[in-house]
Write a protein that binds this ligand. Structure first.
Ligand SMILES: [Zn+2]
Length: 287
């Protein structure tokens, strides 16, 4: 059964660790992440962008697939199925389809409109027992067509949104989606500390987890980050492993062309990436 992310993130905030959100793209992704979370006894959040939702034939297909996997694979750790960077319309679509958590990214609206729409969704999610993530200050880089300038969030605005009763809050602190550029200045810990102070026990979310050095991740967790999003890193490790298999000519040997064989190294690579992140975030054994 899918669960809201509220309980796992409240525990993470209290216990000074973070739960990983790993974005999924297909059956292999979901399977690799669920099996690794189970193996490590870690709670987990499966993230779905609007683009990935469309690719996987709609949100209902995804709910059916993930619920089926939880049963079929005997997954016992808490699993939240979460819309990543949802628009107002898609937040409602996911709520209807059976997601257990949604992000409403209203960071591109004027703050008043972000507040009004977030407030409305807080009421809907509370009624249905779902968790809701809001965002203040856009995240840099590009993710499925969502382009953010990487602005740093205003701690006062964060407090306003946190006060509406959202479950978790994403705040831009110099983090970027995708690969980080050579001249990246790093996370802005001064702002993170202020946001944390303003937002009390609200679990904070760090987007763009790929390529942030381990020491910065640990410092961010110590300053109140309880959820970290990982997307690009699984894509890179899957692609590299698949490339290795094909470049070694393994698809040309025997039944090496069988998709279950051809995709297996990529699945193992995703598992290794997820395992590494769960260890770094400190959520192993916390399920
Ligand atoms: Zn993001």
């Amino acid at each position: 059964m899918l669960v809201s992310a509220k309980e796992m993130l409240t525990k993470a905030k209290e216990g000074h660790y973070a739960v990983g959100q790993f974005n999924i793209n297909n059956l292999e992704w979901a399977k690799a992440i669920l099996l690794t979370a189970e193996e490590m006894k870690s709670p987990v959040i499966l993230g779905v962008s609007e683009g990935a939702g469309k690719y996987m034939c709609g949100y209902k297909t995804i709910v059916g697939m993930v619920e089926g996997m939880i049963e079929g694979l005997g997954i016992t750790v808490p699993v939240a199925l979460h819309l990543d960077h949802g628009s107002y319309e898609h937040a409602y679509k996911c709520i209807e389809a059976g997601f257990s958590s949604v992000m409403f990214d209203g960071s591109h609206y004027p703050i008043d409109e972000n507040i009004a729409k977030t407030k409305e969704l807080v009421a809907v999610c509370n009624e249905k027992g779902l968790s809701l993530e809001a965002e203040v200050g856009s995240i840099g880089g590009e993710e499925d067509g969502v382009i953010g300038g990487g602005e740093v969030a205003d701690p006062k605005e964060c407090a306003m949104i946190a006060g509406l009763g959202v479950t978790m809050l994403a705040a831009g602190i110099g983090n970027i989606h995708g690969k980080y550029p050579e001249n990246w200045k790093g996370l802005n810990f001064d702002v993170l500390a202020k946001i944390s102070e303003e937002c009390g026990d609200m679990p904070l979310v760090l987007h763009g987890g790929t390529g942030i050095p381990a020491d910065m991740i640990k410092k961010a967790i110590s300053l109140g980050v309880s959820k970290i999003n990982v997307n690009t890193e699984c894509q890179l490790s899957f692609a590299a492993a698949t490339r290795g298999y094909i470049e070694a000519g393994k698809d040309l040997q025997g039944k090496g062309f069988d998709p279950r064989k051809l995709l297996a190294p990529g699945v193992e690579a995703i598992k290794a990436t997820v395992r590494e992140k769960i260890e770094l975030f400190g959520s192993a054994g916390k399920a």
